[in-house]
Design a binder for this molecule. Structure first.
Ligand SMILES: [Zn+2]
Length: 124
């Protein structure tokens, strides 16, 4: 798999828009990358949004090498991953984006599968 090297701002805007639409529930989906730039959301049929935590139906997800990782939103003002989040990340590898209120360009962070913050380059 090509190493993911950047995230597009457009993707972040789309994530925050979806997060606002789902609030007060969590928004949850997968992301894809093209040539190492994470720039596409992959909505999974069968995804259930819950108050406590989104549940992703793994059986419905396509096996696809271009999957970059996961994306989800937190109602509230914390974008740190919970223990459950880190368990979830480890199933998917790659890069995991969490956004929180107020769902803007500075309210999100990216993490690796162990829950450590990743520094990523941004592209327009
Ligand atoms: Zn979470």
């Amino acid at each position: 798999m090509k190493k993911v090297s950047a995230i597009s701002w457009e993707l972040i805007d789309a994530i925050n828009e979806s997060a606002r639409a789902c609030y007060p529930q969590e928004f949850l989906c997968l992301s894809r990358h093209n040539d190492g730039v994470v720039d596409e959301l992959l909505l999974i049929p069968g995804t259930v949004y819950g108050d406590s935590h989104g549940f992703l139906n793994m059986w419905m997800s396509p096996i696809n090498a271009s999957i970059a990782g996961t994306v989800h939103s937190h109602p509230g003002y914390r974008n740190e991953p919970s223990d459950a989040d880190i368990d979830f990340f480890s199933s998917w590898g790659g890069i995991h984006i969490i956004t929180c209120q107020p769902y803007n360009r500075s309210s999100w962070k990216a993490y690796d599968s162990n829950g450590y913050e990743l520094k990523v380059n941004m592209v327009d």
